[in-house]
Design a protein around this ligand. Structure first.
Ligand code: B16
Ligand code: MG
Length: 210
C-alpha cells in the first residue's frame, strides 16, 4: 500500500468526549439527558445529522432557524473545549505510527466528517505530516458514502486499491469498503466486523502488507 487515510475522531484523537460534552449541554436546554450510549451513536456522524438524531430521541421538532442556531452553539461550545488541546490528546501509538509511515515514504491523508478537523490536527502538532486533508467542509455526502475517501485518494494521486483506511465507526468502514480500499478497524472486533482487520489501537501495530 502506498497511501494511508485516517479518520480523525476515535482513530487519531479522542475528540468524541468533547463532542459529547457540547451536545449534552445543548440537549439539557430542551430537557433531554444525553447519555454516553447515545453518544456512541453520534460517532462519525456529521453535525446536522447528529442534531436531528438528538431531537428525534427527545421527540422534539424545531423550526429551521432554531435548528441552525443550536447547531452553531454546539460548535461554539466544542471549539471552547478544543481550544487548549495539545499532543497529549493523540491516541496511543499514533505519533510513532505516523512517523514510521513518513520514514517509509508512504503518503498520509485525513478523511473526516468534522469541519474542525484541520484545527485539531494543528493543535495536536501532526498537521505537517499530512499530504492531503479531506474534511466535512469538502464533502457533500456523509459516510457510509465513499466520497470522503475517494477524494482523499484523488488528492494523494493514488488509485483506491493502493489506499488503506483506518476507521473507528461502522459507517466509516462501510465507506472505505465502498471506495474499494483496504480498511483496518480501530476499536472492538464485534463492532467493526466488516473491516479487513481490527486492531485495538496503534501501540503494537506493525506495517506488513497493509
Ligand atoms: P464537527 P470523524 C466526526 O469526526 C465525529 O466523530 C462526530 O462526532 C462529529 O459530529 C463529526 O465529526 C462532525 O464534527 O461538528 O466538528 O464538524 O470521526 O469523522 O473524524
Ligand atoms: Mg471516527
Amino acid at each position: 500500500m502506498e497511501g494511508y487515510i485516517f479518520d480523525l475522531d476515535g482513530v487519531l484523537v479522542d475528540t468524541a468526549k468533547y463532542h459529547y460534552l457540547a451536545w449534552k449541554t445543548i440537549a439539557q436546554e430542551f430537557g433531554f439527558e444525553l447519555t454516553p450510549a447515545h453518544n456512541e451513536q453520534l460517532k462519525g456522524i456529521g453535525r446536522e445529522v447528529s442534531l436531528h438524531k438528538i431531537l428525534q430521541w427527545a421527540a422534539k421538532t424545531l423550526p429551521e432557524n432554531e435548528f441552525q442556531s443550536l447547531a452553531l452553539r454546539k460548535n461554539e461550545l466544542y471549539l471552547q473545549y478544543i481550544a487548549h488541546i495539545d499532543n497529549s490528546e493523540l491516541l496511543v501509538g499514533v505519533a510513532d505510527f505516523l512517523q514510521t509511515l513518513k520514514s517509509k515514504g508512504k503518503k498520509i491523508a485525513l478523511g473526516s466528517a468534522s469541519k474542525n478537523a484541520r484545527l485539531v490536527l494543528e493543535r495536536t502538532g501532526i498537521l505537517p505530516l499530512f499530504d492531503a486533508i479531506v474534511d466535512g467542509t469538502m464533502v457533500t455526502q456523509a459516510k457510509p458514502n465513499p466520497e470522503v475517501f475517494l477524494k482523499a485518494a484523488e488528492l494523494l494521486q493514488l488509485p483506491p486499491a493502493q489506499c488503506c483506511v483506518f476507521e473507528d465507526a461502522p459507517a466509516g468502514v462501510q465507506a472505505a469498503k465502498a471506495a474499494g480500499m483496504r480498511v483496518i478497524g480501530v476499536g472492538e472486533e464485534q463492532v467493526l466486523c466488516a473491516a479487513d482487520e481490527v486492531i485495538p489501537n496503534f501501540s503494537s501495530f506493525v506495517l506488513h502488507n497493509s
